[in-house]
Design a binder for this molecule. Structure first.
Ligand code: HEC
Length: 188
């Protein structure tokens, strides 16, 4: 049966279209945004994150601190440290004082949290260390500091770097590294 001209033309068109149609789109691999000190926001919803450590007692600084970690951080190991994508948020609370200036203790013997003073954020991702000032690279960590209101605080991020640097890469520049992993392994 001779092919109807019209059908033949349509078949050609369909073939041509098939030949031209692009490959199925690959999901684009989003490049990691290159952030630097002061650019990490206070993550929305961080209060629902896992606690890295709770009620950290700092009578010397007259503070109590709460440290939160995101899901990525929970994959950290004592041997390898924390993966890219890790974010820690630390709330620094004033410790409540008695009228004589001594620090109040609760029934549990611990300092009592008063007002929130600061929210500190540190996060790491591939390439972020490149923006570190000379001599102050803490791997790929960057730092940011906020007031309780959410506004940026005047704290210099150079001080964050200088004080976290001595931990070295062996503790991934995280102060409470040993304490956290000891607690994490005890909980298992
Ligand atoms: C004088 C030293 C010092 C400075 C300066 C400092 N930190 Fe820390 N940081 C610590 C210590 C010590 C801890 C452990 C918790 C504690 O004992 O209060 C800590 C803990 C943290 C943590 C929780 C993870 C960890 O390392 O245990 C974050 C987040 C953090 N600091 C962010 C910052 C940011 C942001 C700044 C700068 C605005 C900063 N820090 C400045 C000493 C410092």
């Amino acid at each position: 049966m001779p092919m109807n001209r019209h059908v033949f033309a349509l078949a050609c068109l369909a073939l041509a279209l098939a030949a031209c149609s692009p490959m199925p789109a690959q999901p684009p691999v989003a490049p990691v945004a290159q952030l630097k000190d002061g650019e990490l926001p206070v993550p929305a919803g961080y209060k629902s994150w896992a606690k890295f450590l709770s009620a950290v007692q700092r009578p010397d600084a007259k503070q109590v601190r709460e440290i939160y970690m995101n899901t990525e951080a929970t994959a950290g190991t004592v041997a390898k440290g924390f993966p890219n994508g890790t974010v820690f948020v630390m709330e620094n609370y004033a410790a409540a004082a008695n009228p004589d200036g001594s620090l109040k203790k609760g029934a549990d013997g611990k300092l009592v949290k008063a007002e929130l003073l600061r929210v500190f954020v540190m996060g790491k991702n591939e390439g972020w260390g490149a923006s570190a000032p000379e001599g102050l690279a803490n791997g790929d960590w960057i730092y940011a500091a906020y007031m309780a209101s959410g506004e940026k605080s005047a704290d210099s991020t150079l001080t964050c770097r200088a004080c976290h640097l001595p931990l070295t890469a062996s503790k991934d520049f995280v102060h409470r590294y040993d304490e956290y992993f000891a607690k994490a392994s005890a909980a298992r």
